[in-house]
Design a binder for this molecule. Structure first.
Ligand SMILES: NC(=O)C1=CN([C@@H]2O[C@H](COP(=O)(O)OP(=O)(O)OC[C@H]3O[C@@H](n4cnc5c(N)ncnc54)[C@H](OP(=O)(O)O)[C@@H]3O)[C@@H](O)[C@H]2O)C=CC1
Ligand SMILES: CCCCCC(=O)/C=C/[C@@H]1[C@@H](C/C=C\CCCC(=O)O)[C@@H](O)C[C@H]1O
Length: 355
């Protein structure tokens, strides 16, 4: 026979945390985006989550990410479907010894307030499986969506593995004041390169030059790009980290040095458009300058995910890497946050604090 104390300790081994019904909310995409995402493209659905089964955990989202891919990817999904996205969530109940209550996980759970999952069974088709956050103190857990997460690893691996910059070379970056771009530029400086960036406002450019140490930054909305390239990169460009695509990318690629390397990371300038833009041809430059142009998805380096996080964490702690976050507030404001980020409201990483 169990006495009360024994019974409780055994029960705790199998089920710790809040016991009871959980009311969860989620965004269901009901209409494919046309132009900018709209609130009316979604329905917010409330549901009661079931009791946990053995091996499962219940998490509560603290920060949700808004990322450019969300605008681009949904076209491939059959609707209605829960909106995709990454989040940092606290474990509030657990029937899995390796995932204790109070711990934090990063996962692609979608736009949900609460999630039940079994970390031992990877979600079908997950490009980046969920993981328990390492100790990132004294930094906020939201950084696991930015400089210490997917965008940080995109900068870390994308620049070093594809552009392979050498000290003294010149790197050009578009989308330079965003999550990935601002991080790429700082790694470029750590590696001893000349770094020039293009971003969408004078204030962003001032931040890049004065706070992050970019050699030059230009407001692509107001400058003459050819003139900016001549002024910012007198020795031309050796590495181009392309976040935006479009005409500015053609201009930069046509201004590169022989054997230059281009990391094609994304093309946010056209994600809201239904037709792809017509741009200046780049093939003659690729041929005659023997450029290497390579697209990539950061999950290519999933086996080295923690190496990227640890390297970025070390640079943060040494004061070599700085970050900014644009924090939106409230689960009800997810669409405003997504649209705001796509319009360029963010300096650094855009995230939503759920409560
Ligand atoms: N390949 C991969 O694995 C990954 C790719 N990416 C890609 O990296 C890029 C940057 O992502 P991320 O850092 O998360 O986002 P950002 O933090 O850079 O936010 C998006 C930015 O896009 C800029 N932007 C919007 N419209 C335009 C336009 N017409 N022309 C130029 N810039 C524009 C805005 O800045 P501004 O004010 O300067 O216009 C805005 O702040 C995206 O293309 C994304 O898809 C991201 C992660 C992984
Ligand atoms: C033309 C679009 C290019 C987009 C480039 C980009 O930003 C890629 C980002 C991926 C991102 C994808 C995330 C989730 C996909 C689906 C998740 C789900 O819940 O189904 C992430 O995987 C890292 C980058 O490779």
């Amino acid at each position: 026979m169990y006495n009360n104390v024994n019974f409780l300790s055994i029960a705790r081994r199998f089920y710790s945390g809040h016991v009871g019904k959980t009311e969860a909310r989620k965004y269901v995409l009901t209409k494919h985006f046309q132009g900018e995402p709209k609130k009316s493209d979604f329905e917010i659905v409330q549901e009661e989550l079931p009791e946990l089964k053995d091996g499962e955990i219940l998490t509560e989202a603290e920060y949700l990410s808004v990322d450019p891919y969300m605008r681009a990817y949904m076209i491939g999904y059959k609707l209605p479907t829960v909106m995709i996205g990454g989040q940092v969530a606290k474990i509030t109940a657990s029937r899995n010894d390796k995932y204790p209550v109070g711990g934090y996980v990063a996962g692609y759970f979608g736009w949900r307030t609460h999630t039940i999952c079994n970390p031992n069974i990877p979600a079908k088709g997950a490009l980046v499986p969920m993981y328990l956050l390492p100790d990132i103190s004294p930094y906020p857990v939201s950084l696991a969506l930015g400089v210490l997460g997917m965008p940080g690893n995109t900068a870390y691996f994308g620049l070093q593995e594809i552009c392979k910059p050498k000290a003294g070379e010149t790197i050009a970056i578009t989308g330079a004041a965003g999550a990935v771009g601002s991080h790429v530029g700082q790694i470029g400086k750590i590696l001893g390169c000349r770094v020039i960036g293009f971003a969408g406002s004078d204030a962003k450019c001032e931040y890049l030059e004065k706070e992050l140490g970019f050699d030059r930054a230009f407001n692509y909305k107001t400058v003459n790009i050819q003139k900016a390239l001549r002024e910012g990169a007198p020795d031309r460009i050796d590495c181009y980290f392309d976040n935006v695509g479009g005409e500015i990318s053609s201009a930069i690629m046509n201004y590169m040095n022989k054997n230059g390397r281009v990391a094609v990371c994304g093309s946010v300038s056209s994600y809201n458009d239904s037709a792809l833009p017509k741009v200046t041809i780049v093939q003659p430059s690729i041929v005659f300058k023997e450029l290497k142009v390579e697209g990539f998805l950061v999950n290519r380096w999933i086996d080295r995910w923690n190496d990227g996080i640890n390297a970025n964490l070390a640079w943060l702690r040494e004061g070599k890497l700085k970050y900014e976050e644009k924090v939106y507030h409230g689960f009800d404001n997810m669409v405003e946050a997504l649209v705001g980020m796509l319009r360029g409201e963010n300096l650094g990483k855009a995230v939503v604090k759920v409560k």
